[in-house]
Design a protein around this ligand. Structure first.
Ligand code: ADP
Ligand code: ZN
Ligand code: ZN
Length: 735
């Protein structure tokens, strides 16, 4: 008699092998479940991806699933297929792709006991409002809010940062009590009925905003929109109105924002606009428990608005109605390790998969997106004016550094303008994309430079702590008293960083209040929060900072922006450097004059006639994009081709090149319609003692490229590469 045929499930495991693993299981084990399985001598958590009738393995080698893990709902078929797509498109092992997407708590087999997030409601005998002391104004507002609905602590924090203390007091008085959160079963409204919710402080939309909202709301099924609006044109207001519409239809909205934008501020802003909506955020600042809780709120359909960074594109959203990608050009959407996905591109795939509209918002869209809007694959929605009638776009002009007198890297003209702002009680911002005192230290006698011993880069001078520090690998040494090369004592800092600019300003404006904002001065999270408050409260006259200051912050008293040394990007080897610089300068320029007072931007450059600056002065993104697209077409760069980059690094140089050369031979041997470039050193040829090199492959057809990559993969797996770190990067952004 034959043994009964055992049903087989195919399981994704967190191992670097591009395959699923077969196990036997009874009928109760289904795709989307988390299971515990034997793997070698250990047990591993896996996700059941599919059931199959039979396995190519002999029955004796197939082990049974040990246990179905509890604590999480089933992953949907749609979600599993999203993960399969990512594994396939980014050529990354399926198991590792699945485990990248899951919240950390779901990757382990520890029992999941999340403390329920408590809600609060009124209790006992609510006090007469008049009887509360005046200083209890926050407590009062909490009571008012709870009279309308139960809330959790996060929702109450939208009232004030001190809500927790006041809530504690109210609990002690017995006027408020806690209850367990009930995940409201959402249930779709019948016959297109509108779901009511509070929508606070809605502005009357401008004609352009209204048109944008209407176009998206009218979309049936998948459609991709580019919302291109100058800074201050009210893109956020468009998002908010779209959310309002989707909430009325009982849909879920996913809003993706760049890493740096996700401050509690932003979350508070959306909570205030939708005070009774269930809004969750997902970002790296959350604890693993919070993250799991929020993820599950989304998965259950209870969370109506999900606000998150890159990784939140992998959130289950059963009632997804709309995806918004703010600052779609931002490079933080691209993951630079492991599963090297672009959250924007994955979001577009999801929108197609779920047949819902997606809006990509930016003042300076990526050329890929802009090109698609030009050729009709995406629909272009434009906001051409600032939303507040009084706020005009800042004037932008260049200061020719070859023709002006400079003081410590700052031109006299810029210093005069800063002086004027101080007199008028307005703020100035100096933007310089280098932290530290000076990017390199030099010996005037023998030409010695502060090279890092581990990298192909220079050690940066940090004068405050008297150190030379490599920003690439972290290696640091005490500041030498004399030249390590020749013993000469005259060591000079070359170039400027934020610290040097800060001290130059202190020398020039001894009475001014100067604040430096970079990753050194904001190492602790609270520091940056306090600084933002200081700037808002106008306790600062001059700000010196890196790109941290460029993005998304509204500083109403800021009327002058000085850009210190943008020139290195103009002649960079990276063909995207110009695109990035334009976007960055537009963004910093957008910080100036957001309220009634007009803003001015002064750019210090040795090349004032460069097309980038000419277009920038006219706020002419279209003109700039046209020149860039023409150049890219001539040179055969994206968006006219699709690229994949094979990277390798090792402490042994010969190993790196042997691997890449063999990979290249295999690629050429496949004889496909793709262009295979030469093996070259990476732009940073050595980092932390690893020699780095790369091989680029490109094609005018995305599907040709994909077919080639699938054919190439087996040969790559066969090249011996023990001490090598290698990766395949699809649609790479870093060169
Ligand atoms: P963006 O995101 O495009 O840079 P914001 O959404 O921050 O612009 O809007 C800029 C300012 O204009 C904000 O203060 C916002 O409240 C205001 N605003 C936006 N839309 C309108 C409108 N229709 N009427 C009045 N003010 C508006
Ligand atoms: Zn020397
Ligand atoms: Zn280094």
């Amino acid at each position: 008699m034959n043994p009964p045929i055992k049903p087989i499930v195919r399981v994704a495991l967190d191992v670097p092998l591009a395959t699923l693993f077969d196990y036997s299981a009874d009928e109760s084990v289904v795709p989307g479940q988390r299971v515990l399985v034997p793997f070698g001598t250990r047990k591993k958590v896996g996700v059941v991806m599919e059931r199959v009738a039979e396995s190519p393995l002999s029955a004796t080698r197939i082990k049974p699933v040990l246990q179905v893990l509890s604590g999480s709902a089933l992953l949907s078929a749609r979600f599993l297929s999203l993960l399969k797509f990512c594994s396939n498109y980014y050529h990354y092992p399926i198991g590792q792709a699945v485990f990248t997407a899951l919240p950390t708590r779901l990757r382990a087999d520890k029992p999941i006991t999340i403390k329920p997030i408590l809600h609060y409601r009124l209790a006992g005998c609510p006090p007469a409002i008049a009887s509360l002391p005046k200083r209890k104004v926050i407590a009062l507002r909490i009571l008012e809010k709870l009279a309308a609905q139960t809330c959790n602590l996060q929702q109450l924090k939208a009232i004030s940062a001190t809500a927790a203390t006041q809530l504690k007091w109210l609990l002690e008085q017995g006027w408020v009590e806690s209850c367990e959160a009930h995940i409201s079963s959402p249930g779709l409204p019948m016959g297109g009925a509108v779901v009511a919710h509070t929508f606070a402080n809605a502005h009357t939309l401008t004609a352009e905003q209204q048109l944008a909202v209407d176009s998206v709301v009218r979309a049936r099924g998948y459609a991709c929109f580019l919302l291109q609006g100058v800074t201050g044109s009210g893109k956020t207001e468009v998002y908010v109105h779209l959310m309002h519409q989707m909430l009325q239809r009982a849909g879920q909205v996913l809003l993706l924002v760049p890493e740096i934008n996700l401050t509690p501020q932003l979350e508070g802003y959306f909570r205030n606009r939708f005070p009774d909506a269930d809004l969750v955020s997902l970002h790296s600042g959350l604890s693993e428990n919070q993250r799991l809780h929020n993820w599950q709120q989304a998965q259950s359909g209870a969370a109506q608005i999900v606000l998150g960074t890159r990784l939140s594109v992998f959130t289950e959203l059963p009632r997804l109605a709309l995806i918004l990608v703010d600052e779609e050009h931002d490079t933080s959407y691209k993951q630079q390790e492991g599963l090297r996905y672009s959250a924007r591109d994955v979001a577009i795939f999801r929108a197609k998969q779920c047949a819902v509209p997606i809006v990509l918002g930016s003042a300076t869209p990526s050329l890929e997106t802009y090109f698609n809007a030009q050729n009709g694959r995406y629909r272009l929605l434009k906001l051409t004016e600032r939303a507040l009638a009084a706020a005009s776009l800042p004037t932008i002009s260049c200061i020719n550094t070859k023709q002006t007198q400079m003081f410590e890297g700052i031109s006299e003209k810029l210093l005069r303008e800063i002086g004027l702002r101080i007199q008028r009680g307005e703020q100035s911002l100096l933007f310089i994309n280098r932290r530290g005192y000076a990017p390199v230290l030099m010996c005037t006698e023998c030409g010695w430079l502060s090279d890092c011993k581990n990298c192909a880069g220079k050690m940066v001078l940090h004068l405050k702590d008297k150190r030379l520090r490599c920003h690439l690998c972290g290696y640091q040494v005490r500041l030498p008293r004399a030249c390590p090369g020749c013993g000469h004592a005259d060591l000079q800092p070359v170039g400027s960083g934020t610290q040097r600019i800060e001290s130059a300003l202190r020398e020039r404006f001894p009475d001014a209040r100067i604040l430096r904002v970079d990753s050194d001065s904001t190492r602790n999270k609270r520091a940056w929060k306090i600084m933002r408050e200081q700037i808002q409260a106008h306790e600062v006259d001059i700000l010196v900072g890196t790109q941290m200051l460029a993005k998304g912050h509204d500083f109403p008293a800021l009327t002058l922006v000085g850009v210190l040394n943008p020139d290195s990007a103009l002649y960079s080897a990276d063909f995207r450097a110009g695109e990035k610089l334009f976007a960055q300068l537009m963004q910093v320029a957008g910080r100036a004059g957001r309220a009634e007072k007009p803003g001015e931007v002064l750019i210090q450059t040795a090349f004032p006639d460069h097309p980038l600056f000419l277009c920038l002065q006219n706020h002419d993104f279209a003109g700039w994009a046209a020149t860039q697209l023409a150049e890219r077409q001539l040179a055969g760069f994206p968006p006219f081709v699709y690229q994949a980059m094979l990277r390798a690094e090792s402490k042994e140089e010969t190993e790196v090149y042997a691997y890449l050369n063999q990979a290249r031979v295999a690629a050429v041997g496949l004889n496909r319609a793709v262009e295979i470039l030469g093996v070259v050193p990476a732009s940073l040829a050595r980092r932390a003692n690893y020699v780095r090199a790369q091989l680029l492959v490109q094609s005018g057809s995305r599907s040709e490229l994909q077919q080639f990559l699938h054919a190439w993969q087996p040969s790559l797996n066969n090249i011996p590469a023990q001490k090598l770190r290698c990766s395949l990067d699809i649609d790479p952004l870093e060169f």
